[in-house]
Design a protein around this ligand. Structure first.
Ligand code: FAD
Length: 381
């Protein structure tokens, strides 16, 4: 399908596709099996300047937006969503700085992130605060010029690998969600440690860890926005990064579909290739229809966000839900189409099915997205 991307967007997509096909595809199975963080691929993305595509020009980036970020994520995900999420998690950590950072904070971090010299992470979730993020317990107590952080974070992508973490903590317990603030915490700050690394079902090349704060001193200069605006910062960030999860889902589904088509044309049963059986043809047709519908919704949402529209929570959540459900369906069908070969690690589709699952869970599980969409619909009419 023709999506009328700009010439620059086409170049970004083509470059990301080339890196994905020539480099990511070669390491995907090994990195998944051994849980290897794709530092080499991130370095390559930095070398080709794809790390800065969504960062404003005045801070050393290309000056693109959510669309450019999603095009890179989509292409990387065609071969390995674990690599893609390691790239996308920096965007999740950086958008709060782009949106709410003070000038000095932007000048300090964004140019280095654009160049790929620093990678970032976003730390909101806690063991007892997943879907219900407003119940986080990590505290930030103001003492003189510093905030003292205590508590722990769970499930943090790029944990242990990132240099810069945007961390959410309670500065005033009596105010509920309005008592949450966001801070920039650098690797190496005293009292900041990385905890357990998770042994995940999928996206195994990415690092997901606990973070621990024990009397961690963070200077007041590292407060993002104003005290008490942390919840809004998190929600406004998700509005811009949930399409990134949708892009991951579209990429995974596209990768699985391409493998399935090639396999169906090669594999012979009953004296004919699988692709000659109508039941298989219909599965391929449904894969195509669903992937293009998800991609169309994703790109429209990106265009809406990048146009400067004010409110797009509903669209952002909807494309995340739709694309992630498509990825789960398409990868499951791809495994089915490969039969026994779909179920073993010699072929990449079993990995894609494992990778797809998390797109229905993280950045707010799909049930929570449906709650957001419904509440926006009810407000509208
Ligand atoms: C691999 C991975 C990477 C992650 N990376 C990050 C990261 O970088 N930073 C970060 O801050 N977090 C991260 N997360 C956390 C992620 O956002 C949460 O896992 C997610 O929001 C769900 O929270 P939970 O796991 O605690 O599930 P729970 O909140 O315990 O929910 C369990 C189930 O119940 C459902 N449920 C809960 N409440 C409701 C409700 N009100 N109505 C209907 N259903 C409901 C959920 O949809 C879900 O299906 C990551 C998670 C994973 C798995």
């Amino acid at each position: 399908m023709e999506y009328f991307l700009s010439e620059e967007q086409k170049i970004i997509k083509k470059l990301a596709k080339r890196i994905s096909d020539e480099y990511v595809s070669k390491v995907a199975i090994k990195y998944d099996k051994e849980g290897i963080f794709p530092r080499d691929i991130l370095d390559l993305l930095a070398y080709t300047e794809l790390t800065g595509v969504y960062i404003p020009k005045e801070y050393g980036g290309f000056g693109g937006g959510v669309m450019e970020m999603c095009l890179v994520v989509e292409e990387l995900s065609r071969n390995c969503a674990g690599v893609a999420v390691s790239y996308a998690a920096t965007a999740l950590g950086v958008y709060p700085i782009i949106l709410y950072g003070k000038e000095e904070q932007k000048r300090k971090y964004l140019p280095k992130i654009a160049k790929g010299e620093l990678i970032a992470a976003f730390a909101l979730t806690e063991a007892d605060a997943g879907s219900d993020v407003s119940s986080i317990k990590t505290t930030a107590e103001k003492k003189g010029d510093y905030y003292i952080l205590n508590g722990s974070k769970h499930w943090i992508t790029n944990g242990g690998e990132a240099d810069v973490y945007v961390v959410f903590a309670v500065t005033d317990k009596s105010k509920g969600p309005r008592g949450i603030s966001a801070f920039i915490v650098e690797r190496g700050y005293e009292g900041f440690y990385c905890g357990k690394k998770e042994d995940k079902m999928g996206i195994r090349a990415s690092s997901t860890t606990e973070l621990i704060f024990e009397d961690c001193k963070v200077h007041k200069e590292n407060l993002l926005g104003r005290e008490g605006t942390g919840f809004i910062i998190a929600m406004k960030t998700f509005d811009r990064t949930r399409p990134g999860v949708a892009a991951m889902a579209v990429g995974i589904a596209q990768g699985a579909y391409e493998h399935a088509v090639r396999y169906a044309k090669e594999r012979v049963q009953f004296g004919q290739p699988l692709s000659s059986f109508q039941a298989i043809q219909h599965m391929l047709a449904d894969m195509y229809i669903n992937i293009e519908a998800a991609r169309a919704m994703l790109y429209s949402t990106c265009r809406m966000i990048d146009s400067g529209a004010k409110d797009f929570s509903k669209e952002s959540s909807a494309c995340k839900v739709f694309a992630s459900d498509v990825a789960m369906k398409v990868t499951t069908d791809a495994v089915q189409m490969l039969g026994g070969n779909g179920y073993v690690k010699d072929y990449p589709v079993e990995k894609m099915m494992r990778d797809a699952k998390v797109t229905q869970i993280f950045e707010g599980a799909n049930q929570i997205q449906r709650n957001i969409i419904a509440s926006e619909i009810i407000k509208e009419y």
